[in-house]
Design a protein around this ligand. Structure first.
Ligand code: TPP
Ligand code: MG
Length: 576
């Protein structure tokens, strides 16, 4: 229902009124946005209160960056823009990192920030929290808008929603100056000004000739490989993707957040034979995956000597040829493309040569067998493998739980060890490898899916958003945080040979992160062995109570930068 007040006009006739606050709320509700992540303050405190009163769920965070990361992952999980609400200048800037992250990761998100008086900001006269936010946001998102008149609120939300979810999804910035909220207008005219977005992300059907070209290339392969990216997970075309991969019969490799799209234990999964399939494949089909640094740009040592042809399925035409030549570009939304491919394959698709499938299977089984005993150790203090072996079983037994994961060793090893069984259950650091997404992702996952969440966090990674444990306790969310506490970044053993200060990568030894959770009424556990860890996580997942487990990991167990140490620049002088 539209929010109104009445005002008696000079003529004595009564006029129904609405204002900027209520038009914002009505525009959101009309478009099915019922959850907001943010931090209150001038000029959006009352907006948050009114949203709550009007039935919108407003999750109030301790820092805007975490609210922003929550909105970003809500967008990934739901295909609707996640909305983050902040105050002006500093609050806006805190949220902006998440907006840029959403854009880079192709997650639909809208950052809505209050802003100060335009007349003063533009003359740079030193207003309260003065900043030209629109100009700052523009290069970091897909679209940025400012609304000056209440009657434009409806149209701007429509544009923001469309911009966020259509084509390649991404971040949108919406600037709402303080003065806008109090502007009144006739209620009927206000209701008419609202826009319900019809078909916000229209299907983009691939050209039949592109589909045929792709299948011709795939058919010619002796050693085909399919790579599934998080774009494929985002598409929610799970059945079609599975049917396509199974019909194609090729080994598939899931990127980190595409794990579980088909189960990691699927016979075609080549996750445990990654280096072999990248080197030896002759045709590589990318579905919603980009040839960025995470795939070594499609060239160089990782990709071996064998000449390769690439097929790429992506909604963004400019993604094609970004790093190497794409022999068969298929441009369209993933769901439509995969459906078209399936259809055009017919019923007599020939499976890839058996020697290739056997070679991949042998490699995969070897690697899995090599890993198995390491995962069963009960060492205390724990190493990564002992602790992860336990968590791997827990996720196997609870496949609908959501796994949030960040850190360096904690990330890279967990990604390899913990098998996923269902789509969109693994949420992690994404394209940038950013630390700090943990608590925001965990909160949004719990709110949006109502499933239990297991957040596996490096002690450094956790620190970036750790204060949100209070938020988790306040809303009573079913989140179990396991901190892999190795006393630092990568390792807790570094020493500063030149002075009294600790080395830059080490933290307070023997810190008890579990006490942080207890401070807010959650459950804290200190676990020193895999057995203890297992008991504590199972109890947390059963109870659904906010829990933080400080998992004590051998400070010497990790390696520099986890699996990406090769990206560190080296000093020639150091080597002398
Ligand atoms: C925003 C941000 N700042 C800094 C980094 C650099 N960085 C990469 S991993 C990492 C922390 C790794 O330590 P931890 O989370 O404890 O994992 P561990 O390797 O110790 O298991 C840092 C600071 C980053 N990726 N993102
Ligand atoms: Mg650490």
């Amino acid at each position: 229902m539209l929010n109104t007040a009445t005002k008696t006009e000079a003529s004595g006739a009564e006029q129904e009124l609405t204002d900027g606050f209520h038009l914002v709320i009505d525009a959101l509700k009309l478009n099915g946005i019922h959850t907001i992540y943010g931090v209150p303050g001038i000029p959006v405190t009352d907006l948050g209160r009114m949203m709550q009163a009007e039935g919108i769920r407003v999750l109030s965070f301790r820092h805007e960056q975490n609210a922003g990361y929550a909105a970003a992952i809500a967008g990934f999980l739901t295909k609707k823009p996640g909305v983050c609400l902040t105050v002006s200048a500093p609050g806006f800037l805190n949220g902006l990192t998440a907006l840029a992250h959403a854009t880079t990761n192709c997650f639909p998100m809208i950052l809505v920030s209050g802003s100060s008086e335009r007349e003063i900001v533009d003359l740079q006269q030193g207003d309260y929290e003065e900043m030209d936010q629109l100009a700052v946001a523009k290069p970091l998102c897909k679209a940025a808008f400012r609304v000056l008149h209440a009657q434009d609120i409806g149209i701007v939300f429509a544009r923001a929603i469309r911009a966020a979810v259509s084509g390649r999804p991404g971040g949108v910035y919406l600037d709402l100056p303080a003065k806008l909220f109090g502007q009144v207008m006739n209620a009927q005219a206000g209701a008419k000004s609202l826009v319900k977005v019809i078909d916000p992300a229209p299907a983009q059907i691939p050209a039949p000739s592109a589909v045929k070209r792709a299948l011709d290339v795939l058919k010619s392969a002796k050693r085909p490989l399919i790579i599934l990216g998080k774009g494929a997970a985002y598409a929610q075309a799970d059945d079609a993707i599975r049917a396509f991969v199974e019909k194609a019969g090729a080994p598939f490799l899931p990127m980190s957040m595409a794990k579980g799209l088909l189960p990691d234990l699927h016979p075609q999964c080549a996750g445990a034979a990654r280096s072999t399939v990248l080197k030896d494949a002759d045709v590589v089909m990318l579905i919603g995956a980009r040839l960025n640094w995470l795939l070594s740009h499609g060239k160089g040592k990782t990709w071996g000597e064998a000449p390769k042809k690439f097929i790429q399925v992506d909604i963004e035409p400019r993604e094609m040829d970004s790093n190497v030549e794409i022999a068969a570009p298929v441009v369209g939304d993933i769901g439509s493309c995969v459906e078209a491919l399936l259809e055009a394959m017919g019923n007599n698709w020939t499976a890839p040569p058996a020697d290739w499938l056997d070679a991949v299977k042998t490699k995969r089984d070897d690697n899995v067998a090599k890993m198995a005993p390491r995962l069963m150790n009960n060492n205390s203090p724990m190493d990564y493998h002992g602790a992860l072996g336990v968590l791997r079983t827990i996720i196997k037994e609870r496949p609908d739980a959501i796994l949030v994961n960040e850190g360096a060793n904690t990330l890279d090893l967990a990604r390899g060890v913990i098998d996923m069984y269902q789509p969109r259950k693994r949420l992690d650091v994404g394209t940038w490898g950013v630390m700090g997404v943990g608590m925001g992702s965990a909160i949004a996952a719990a709110i949006e899916t109502h499933k239990p969440v297991l957040a596996v966090e490096g002690d450094s990674a956790f620190g970036f958003s750790g204060m949100e444990v209070e938020t988790i306790c306040r809303y009573g969310l079913p989140i179990c945080i396991v901190i892999f506490n190795n006393d630092g970044i990568y390792r807790g053993t570094d020493v500063n040979s030149a002075g009294a200060d600790p080395a830059t990568t080490v933290f307070v030894k023997g810190a008890r992160y579990d006490k942080m959770m207890e401070a807010f009424g959650g459950i804290g556990v200190n676990a020193t062995s895999p057995d203890e860890l297992k008991r504590a996580v199972n109890a947390a997942m059963d109870s659904g109570k906010p829990t933080l487990i400080n998992a004590v990991i051998d400070p010497a167990a990790g390696s520099e930068s986890g699996r990406i140490g090769n990206l560190n620049p080296q000093s020639v002088l150091k080597k002398k």
